[in-house]
Design a protein around this ligand. Structure first.
Ligand SMILES: Cc1ncc(COP(=O)(O)O)c(C=O)c1O
Length: 443
């Protein structure tokens, strides 16, 4: 962004009115040309959905209504509940389960971890607080677990030490024997193993933990089985790949992210909890000014009883409209398409002598690097970072980087319904071109 554009956004609070057409012009000139870019076919950074037109209309209509989804007897509440029911159906959860739409995956995970804490604490945590939990609780996730879980246990007052990072296998899935050993050791040390967080699609490489084995351990050890499915839960709707997440339907709680593989405009995540009463019991509170009435607007149950927000936006509508328009089968096929595209890119990389895969491609995330041979690890990191930055700055493509098992690589997460195979051909060609350019003696 040019400096004068950046400067515009630090102007002080407007005191006087500006005609709306001028306000709009300011945005078309200064905001619209500088988006993050995740609706572009060659945006593959981090892990984002690529939005959709109908979802955008949904957000617009929701804003026109100005609905507050804290609850109440109105149509928007019914739509919110229907979207939660559809999420349960996609996951194979029973209708009796509960759920709530939240800002995104991080919040959805925190909902699951909170219910787990309250169920496993052995005391009334809401009344007594975490300080009086007799045996310190332990949560377990692989060393590939998303950072939101650390924020989660910290926010829950359990402390980062409550999250045990279990070593992963070479394929980046959780090592099950190491998990069992950690649970045994912790019990012997007087701690209380409370919850295993299985990841269905890790953020670095898309690894899917062994859900069946983890569920068996949770049942045997009387622990809560949570699945972080922010990336991979929705694979359950993809006809060719759904077998990869079999077992997710047996979780106690799941976090999933419609703003990723359902391409809803940001933000919308979903927390599902098998035991409705456990979920409701963790958050319900009815102050005198929110008592239900027999009839009228306050005659339906409050949706704020399932999370920490009181007022809630109508984020369901954008999901509802896109699902109605396209049907779930199309979204499933688009997920399979992203898998096929990742395999295609994987093969292109393998055919190109100057490139190498940095990790086995599991789902739709390809980790690779430019390696002209003869360079140290730190030189390779420098070259590949420069490739990534030049691509971003010149608009070739938006890819990110990461470090897997100490080795730096470029990372392409194809969670994009606009990507074509030609975009991937171009990415490979440009990686090689930029790599060669950067490695030239005087570049
Ligand atoms: C595995 C995993 N968990 C949790 C999250 C956090 O989700 P959100 O960014 O929607 O809060 C992400 C984000 O990419 C993720 O990949």
């Amino acid at each position: 962004m040019p400096d004068d554009v950046v400067g515009l956004f630090s102007e002080p609070l407007p005191q006087e009115p500006t005609a709306i057409e001028n306000v709009y012009n300011l945005l078309t000139e200064n905001m619209m040309p500088y988006p993050m870019g995740n609706i572009h076919p060659r945006f593959w950074m981090w892990y984002m959905g690529s939005s959709n037109y109908t979802g955008a209309l949904g957000d617009f209509l929701a804003a026109i209504l100005g609905s507050n989804l804290g609850g109440g007897n109105h149509a928007a509440s019914c739509i919110d509940q229907q979207v939660v029911d559809w999420c349960k159906e996609m996951m194979g959860f029973p209708k009796s389960a509960s759920g709530t739409l939240v800002s995104g995956g991080s919040m959805a995970n925190i909902i699951g971890l909170t219910v787990a804490r309250n169920q496993m604490a052995g005391i009334d945590v809401r009344e007594e607080g975490v300080a009086v939990i007799k045996q310190p609780l332990r949560y377990y996730g692989s060393d590939q677990i998303h950072s939101c879980h650390q924020i989660g246990v910290e926010t829950l007052g359990l402390g980062n030490k409550a999250l045990c990072k279990v070593p992963s296998n070479p394929d980046c899935t959780m090592n099950i024997s190491a998990l069992e050993q950690a649970i045994t050791n912790d019990r012997a040390a007087g701690l209380k193993p409370a919850c295993v967080i299985a990841t269905s699609g890790t953020v670095n490489t898309g690894a899917i933990d062994d859900l069946h084995a983890i569920e068996a351990i949770c049942r045997r050890e009387n622990m809560w089985f949570h699945v972080d499915g922010c990336i991979g839960a929705l694979i359950a709707i993809a006809p060719e790949n759904k077998h990869r997440v079999a077992g997710i339907e047996r979780a106690d709680s799941i976090a999933l992210d419609p703003h990723k593989w359902l391409h809803a405009p940001f933000e919308v995540g979903c927390a599902l909890v098998r035991d409705h009463d456990a979920h409701y019991g963790a958050f319900t509170l009815t102050p005198e000014y929110l008592e239900m009435t027999e009839r009228g607007i306050a005659s339906a149950h409050w949706l704020h009883d399932y999370g920490v927000q009181t007022s809630r936006g109508f984020r369901a509508l954008k999901v509802w409209m896109a699902l109605k328009e396209h049907g779930i089968q199309k979204f499933g096929r688009l997920i399979d398409q992203n898998f096929n595209q990742a395999r295609y890119l994987d093969e292109l990389v393998q055919k190109e002598p100057m490139l190498e895969l940095a990790h086995e491609t599991n789902i739709n995330i390809v980790c690779y690097r430019f390696n002209p041979k003869g360079k140290s690890e730190s030189e390779l990191k420098e070259v590949n970072t420069e490739i990534m930055l030049r691509m971003q700055e010149t608009g070739v493509a938006a890819i990110s980087d990461t470090t897997v098992r100490g080795s730096h690589c470029l990372r392409v997460a194809i969670n994009n319904h606009r990507t074509t195979l030609a975009d991937l051909d171009f990415l490979v060609k440009e990686t090689v071109r930029l790599g060669a350019e950067i490695c030239q003696p005087n570049s």
